[in-house]
Ligand binder design. Structure first.
Ligand SMILES: [Zn+2]
Ligand SMILES: [Zn+2]
Ligand SMILES: [Zn+2]
Ligand SMILES: [Zn+2]
Ligand SMILES: [Zn+2]
Length: 341
């Protein structure tokens, strides 16, 4: 099999024709005494594997472990999310990022509360080519630490395009302005998106938090909320009637999640008389509530995102939500036993 040129496989040893028939798992993994290098195809697959799977490869066998550890291309985009995020500490971060040999492109630490400013700075100094730096809810970082990291990137690699910092405490307007100026300086040659061409919609963000950043539509996830004047994520409203108002510069329902309640299904603003609750405790607008299937017992729906998290089918007639199942069905035996039935 031929490896496409664009993958630039200089990092691993050339595999000669005698190894063409070697299976993906080397022979010693299936009990043979002769160990062989992993099949070339494996290296193509590695670049698509999530971090957890990549690390799991270490456990399979030594030959696979060595192959994965020396394949720099597999480590250029490091995305740490659930469940690894809870266990990621500074030392592990240093170890994982060192595998990229200074060529890291994406560093996405999603909700990694144990990472400190110093560890972030060391990774940045060793990897000046980072172009996406996502640090949402990394509560162990400070605004000053993030600014130092971004400043370092602006002085060295200058390739940084996008950062996510929502959920880091105490970010004020001055911090935001400093970060914006560094990012602006690094992206002078990029064509500016038209304001409003990629609105931030609540439901889209909840479904795929990094989407707008991955596509390069936005350099920073925070802005100043027009309602409360705090630095937060500011959502736009997809409701047609509200969009028309925005065109007339009446931004009543553009705001952070603390200022404007939003429907989990459609992202539209919901006023207090209209609020409907889902089983999963998410807020819904009455339109979306009407369209969703409801629990046979409590008449509440699940939002789309949480539909598969609970709910026990009760034939074709509907479902029983997790809450009602635990309350009525699981307790049925005890109710019958103590003679309440
Ligand atoms: Zn606000
Ligand atoms: Zn809705
Ligand atoms: Zn609205
Ligand atoms: Zn129910
Ligand atoms: Zn929900």
């Amino acid at each position: 099999m031929e490896i496409p040129q664009f993958l630039g496989r200089q990092e691993h040893e050339a595999i000669d024709s005698s190894t063409q028939e070697v299976p993906i798992l080397p022979s010693n993994a299936i009990g043979d005494t002769q160990a062989g290098p992993p099949h070339e195809a494996l290296f193509i697959i590695l670049t698509y594997l999530p971090l957890l799977e990549l690390l799991s490869m270490n456990q399979v066998c030594t030959s696979l472990r060595d192959a994965v550890n020396t394949d720099v291309l597999s480590w250029l985009n490091i995305i740490v999310e659930k469940p690894l995020n809870l266990r990621l500490c500074d030392q592990i971060l240093m170890k994982i990022t060192s595998k990229a040999n200074g060529r890291l492109r994406t560093l996405a630490l999603m909700n990694c509360a144990r990472i400190t400013d110093d560890a972030l700075q060391r990774v940045i100094e060793q990897n000046p080519l980072i172009n996406k730096l996502y640090l949402p809810a990394c509560a162990g970082l400070t605004p000053e630490g993030v600014i130092r990291a971004v400043k370092t990137l602006s002085e060295r690699g200058r390739g940084l395009k996008s950062i996510m910092i929502n959920g880091i405490y105490n970010i004020h307007k001055q911090h935001l302005e400093t970060l914006e100026s560094y990012l602006h300086e690094m992206n002078l040659d990029r064509q500016k998106e038209q304001p409003g061409s990629w609105p931030l919609l609540y439901d889209e963000y909840m479904d795929s938090p990094t989407f707008r950043h991955d596509k390069g539509h936005i350099p920073i996830d925070l802005e100043v909320c027009p309602k409360c004047d705090e630095v937060r994520m500011v959502f736009d409203c997809p409701r047609w009637s509200c969009k028309r108002k925005i065109e007339r510069s009446m931004t009543e329902c553009k705001g952070c999640k603390f200022c404007i309640l939003r429907c989990r299904e459609c992202g539209g603003c919901v006023d207090s008389q209209e609020i409907e609750e889902a089983v999963c405790a998410d807020i819904l607008c009455s339109n979306c509530w009407l369209k969703l299937p409801k629990c046979n017992f409590c008449n509440k729906p699940y939002c789309r995102q949480h539909t598969n998290n609970g709910g026990c089918a009760s034939g074709s007639a509907g479902f029983i939500c997790e809450v009602c199942y635990n309350k009525f069905i699981v307790n049925l035996h005890s109710i019958v036993e103590v003679g309440h039935f």
